[in-house]
Design a protein around this ligand. Structure first.
Ligand code: RIB
Ligand code: CA
Length: 356
């Protein structure tokens, strides 16, 4: 097997973060070194509880993954959470087992990111799936992170499409636009100092909203996990839609996936007009592991932190009017079908192993 990619996942574990964690635990090409928690979808304490519970559910107690606590609020703005999107506890209608042996690390998230990058220079990929507050703090501790990390991938921004939180702003950037601005500025300076700096991969709504997971996909995932056909079929049957029963309910991992996604589908039905879900975070992880899933364009991006309708906007200089060198590689298109097939295969396979 080729070398595994050492990864730190930075999460605000909500429903799609949870799917990304399961995808990570089911991906042999990834070495999950640590998971750092940041307040966003829900409070930091709830993010940590959810993260520990999902790792427990993944049945990967063998994996010595450090889970570290990070920022409990943005750099400047007061914290805003979104229980209406992810449920009162951030995992929709699901419940998680009380966590067993895994505890949070004694070191904070920012310090852990810096320590790991210094210990394994040029090797580790940081993937932020929530507000970028922890990375901003880590950059304060170690401004050389862009050259110490192998690279940075982030889920965030809306570069040629509308926002999902305001007309111009995507949630992760909206919660902490100051952190996003600071992180992008450090990478811009790093590129200025060393044009060979690997550009961060920016997975914005432009691509993450091209993949919709639907009830039929959830049914496919449970079949992949070995669920009885009538239980799998019931998930896509309008009369029993997304209710986990029989062999699905008997698998803790499958029940978690179904019950968390049912809430997410209800949210998308209300706000986006379809009974399914955009799953931003696992698409971001999948594209990091397999760059062939997306096409990217280098572009200079800054973040609006001022008031008004453009607050939290990721402003991309597509025409090069500012004369600023590109500081990120923005994903402009993606292979949603291949991503969904891989998500179903990997999480279905994991659930079948650990969940049944
Ligand atoms: O805008 C989508 C992003 O915001 C995802 O990371 C989701 O988990 C929320 O954090
Ligand atoms: Ca997230």
């Amino acid at each position: 097997m080729t070398e595994r990619l050492p990864v730190i996942l930075d999460v605000d574990t909500g429903i799609d973060d949870a799917l990304a964690l399961l995808y990570a635990c089911a991906s042999p090409e990834l070495e999950l070194i640590a998971v750092t928690c940041v307040a966003g979808n829900v409070s930091l304490a709830q993010v940590a509880r959810n993260t520990l519970g999902v790792l427990e559910l993944a049945g990967r107690a063998d994996v010595p993954v450090a889970v570290a606590l990070g920022a409990d609020r943005p750099l400047v703005k007061p914290l805003r959470t979104t229980e209406e999107t992810h449920g009162p506890h951030g995992i929709g209608h699901a419940a998680l087992p009380a966590t067993g042996q895994r505890e949070v690390a004694s070191v904070g998230a920012a310090q852990l990111i810096v320590d790991v990058a210094r210990r394994r220079p040029g090797e580790v990929q940081l993937i932020t799936l929530g507000p970028m507050t922890n990375l901003a703090a880590a950059l304060d501790l170690e401004p050389r992170l862009p050259s110490l990390l192998r690279g940075w991938t982030f889920m965030g921004g809306a570069f040629r499409v509308p926002g999902n939180t305001t007309p111009t702003s995507e949630w992760n950037v909206f919660v902490d636009p100051d952190a996003a601005k600071a992180c992008l500025a450090v990478w811009a300076a790093s590129v200025g100092a060393d044009p060979g700096t690997r550009l961060p991969l920016g997975m914005g709504l432009d691509v993450t909203e091209s993949a919709r997971v639907m009830p039929a996909d959830v049914a496919r995932l449970t079949r992949r996990a070995g669920a009885a056909e009538e239980d799998a079929a019931a998930l896509a049957d309008p009369s029993t839609l997304m209710q986990s029963g029989g062999s699905v309910a008997a698998s803790p991992a499958l029940r978690f996936v179904v019950d968390s996604l049912r809430f997410y589908f209800e949210f998308h039905a209300q706000y986006d007009g379809f009974y399914g879900a955009f799953i931003h975070d696992p698409f971001t992880l999948a594209a990091t592991l397999d760059p062939s899933l997306v096409r990217c364009e280098p572009v200079f991006v800054d973040v609006e932190v001022g008031p008004g309708l453009a607050h939290g906007m990721t402003v991309a200089d597509w025409r090069g009017i500012t004369g600023r060198a590109p500081n990120i590689a923005v994903a402009t298109s993606g292979d949603a079908a291949t991503f969904l097939d891989r998500l179903i295969d990997r999480i279905g396979g994991l659930a079948g192993v650990s969940g049944s």
